[in-house]
Write a protein that binds this ligand. Structure first.
Ligand code: FMN
Length: 326
């Protein structure tokens, strides 16, 4: 344990059943998290993942710190980190204690080739001793509750027994299981049929570790159905569902007008962020904004024509003009 004053374990203070916005690189940054908060927040936010070795390097630290910006009203919010160097895990874990986060999560599930080649994400499943070392290093350096997000295995489904058992033995505050292997990427459906076995493992090895289930759960309604079937699941994590409906953490069915207003709010936040980063000598690129048009303008007559128009715009001022002319 570090010498920092003990921090309350926020996972213990959540409702019996809680919702989590999945960490999504290039999506769940400080801007989009605020958009989701306006629509209806989950019980817990996660950041995009940050590489521990980038933070440890002089060159990468500035960028890492920008990724890790958060606001007090986002709490509870968990910083997700990845890498393979235990010392660097310790360095970033220690810094996170002072940065306003409620918890720290280690990514051991990302299937990206570059991430895996660097030994991080799902590659950790293949180096279990190193995975344990990284968890220990993080825990020793911070008083924040430490959790892990992972997949069922690297290649074979059967790996989940040994892998999840090992993780559960690490006295984690929470464990998120994305119900697929690394090999399966997102090409097959999530393995909901394994939930009873995973619950059994958790109950046997680490009854105090919160179990969060992830994969193909699109909204609160679907989450409630899962909880009805398996009340021992603590948390449900939703990722891509937020693209289909940014109000997915609520029962509200947004009108077209509400979605348009939410888009305009997104643009305001985008402008403020771009201004702040440029004052800091960084850039907040415009191109990634295009991925979001479908979130707001989808499934009504003329939606695809409207999106095609929006795609032509090069500034937020042009986007607002198009919206005004509707
Ligand atoms: C664009 C995108 C980026 C992602 N980035 C991350 C990430 O940074 N960390 C992580 O643990 N998972 C990441 N994921 C995986 C999601 O957190 C989640 O596990 C996956 O999408 C399955 O959940 P879903 O079916 O609810 O989308 C990402 C997924 C997507 C689609």
């Amino acid at each position: 344990m570090s010498e920092n004053a003990p921090v309350a374990n926020f996972w213990e203070e959540l409702p019996e059943h809680f919702s989590v916005l999945a960490p999504m690189e290039g999506v769940t940054d400080i801007v989009f998290r605020r958009v989701v908060a306006r629509a209806g927040r989950p019980d817990v936010f996660f950041t995009e993942f940050t590489n521990v070795s980038s933070f440890a390097s002089e060159k990468g630290r500035h960028d890492a710190l920008e990724r890790l910006e958060t606001l007090p009203e986002e709490a509870p919010i968990v910083a997700q980190i990845w890498g393979k160097n235990p010392e660097h895990f310790g360095e970033l874990a220690s810094a996170l204690s002072e940065m306003g986060f409620s918890g720290l999560d280690i990514n051991m599930g990302c299937p990206d080739r570059h991430v895996n080649k660097a030994g991080g994400g799902a590659a950790m499943i293949k180096t279990p001793e190193l995975a344990v070392e990284c968890i220990r290093a993080a825990k020793e350096a911070t008083n924040l509750p430490v959790s892990v997000k992972t997949r069922l295995g690297f290649t074979y489904l059967e790996e989940f027994h040994d892998w999840l058992k090992l993780l559960l033995e690490q006295n984690l505050a929470a464990l998120t299981v994305h119900l697929r292997t690394r090999k399966e990427m997102s090409k097959v459906g999530a393995h909901f049929e394994l939930i009873p076995e995973i619950l059994e493992l958790r109950n046997e090895i680490a009854p105090d570790t919160k179990l969060i289930i992830n994969g193909d759960i699109e909204d609160l309604k679907q989450a409630r159905e899962l909880w009805k079937k398996y009340p021992e699941i603590d948390g449900i994590m939703i990722g891509r569902g937020v693209f289909k409906n940014p109000y997915c953490f609520t029962d509200h069915e947004p009108t077209r007008e509400e979605l348009t207003d939410l888009f305009l709010y997104h643009l305001d936040l985008y402008d403020a962020r771009a201004k702040k980063l440029s004052e800091n000598g960084s850039r907040y690129p415009f191109e990634p904004l295009k991925h979001f048009y479908k979130v707001y303008f989808n499934g009504f007559p003329g939606a695809s024509e409207l999106r095609a128009k929006l795609m032509e715009a090069k500034t937020t001022a042009e986007l607002r003009e198009i919206i005004k002319s509707l």
